[in-house]
Design a protein around this ligand. Sequence first.
Ligand code: X8Z
Ligand code: ZN
Length: 401
Amino acid sequence: MWGSNYDMPPAEFADTMDRLWQQVRPLYVELHTYVRHRLTEQYGEDVVPPGEPIPAHLLGNMWAQSWTNIFPLVAPEDADPGYDLTERIREEDLSPEEMVEYGEGFFTSLGLDPLPETFWARSLFEKPADRQVVCHASAWDVDDQDDVRIKMCIEPTAEDFQTIHHELGHNYYQRAYKEQPPLFRGSANDGFHEALGDAVALSVTPQYLQQVGLIDEVPPPAKDIGLLLRSALDKVAFLPFGLMVDKWRWQVFSGEVAPAEYNEAWWDLREQYQGIAPPEERPEKAFDPGAKYHIPANTPYSRYFLARILQFQFHRSLCEEASPDGQLDGPLHRCSVYGSERAGDRLYEMMAMGKERPWPEALEALTGEREMDASAMIDYYAPLMDWLREQNDRLGAESGW
Ligand code: X8Z
Ligand code: ZN
């Protein structure tokens, strides 16, 4: 059933996931090689043995799904991106609501409507002190019309700044397809819903931050590698995690893996795809998948893998649309579509289709392409890929696990 929502037979969908993974795998392996080498330098070969999976607790994130938090540890000194958005948010003392206003400002700059009064009155932006809530960020469409809201315990960090755009992407999508009949109120496929806000957030470039007054100066292009490395520690590091979560659930649902083997199967996939290992031997009764929100919440996860890839495909097309002659006039990672109503119109056109047509048609409306394809992501990180290869060569870093 979970594989049946992609306008193709489920087996073909599983192949599509694998095809996309093969496209981006070399980039992941290069990043993994570099990061492991730096961690070995930091902690020694006993803790991080070359050629072996990386102990998961050293990657700066409870699920080892995003590695941005260890950027300061792995980045060489000359790869400083020139600014730190978390620091800037704290210096400006931005409230959660003000952070959301920046997000809304991006969408309205594309010519989309401001969020309704009720969004501001009914959303939850801050962790309440007097009761327990589920803090995992989410977006809601309460009446299928205008009552859109987000629920998020916003902290003053660059990560949450990005997640705000992610959640608002859900709300803007929901509003755009509200005129569709109820059955077509949804995204073209669930990866589209997850990709929308992320695609917009790819336009949160240094130049954009300077335009809205969050940084004073745009760092010179020489700083791009640091910026790309920091970004890849999130977006690229995530890919095999995004893939393995549902691979595990497909095995569980089909009965291929029995309950007694749930945890072992989880770590087998973690090792196979992510090249990571548990920090210590897991006790027999452990159920580590349960620590990931989407497992007990029973939320499908392939959508996030697809979104990682689709967001770059969307971004590339929006950037082309925003350029005066339809041609990109610089590297993809420097492009921001902030203020481009043409890009906004194109985006809106796709969102308003909802799931009225099979997803290849919605993709075509936005990008002119009918296949999900990782070449835009590969283009985006091409300068980093060259740099990683050079570094790994120079350091003599061992590859693989
Ligand atoms: O769950 C989410 C969103 C809510 S739809 C915050 N994400 C995945 C996760 O946190 O594991 C976004 C990235 C992947
Ligand atoms: Zn989401």
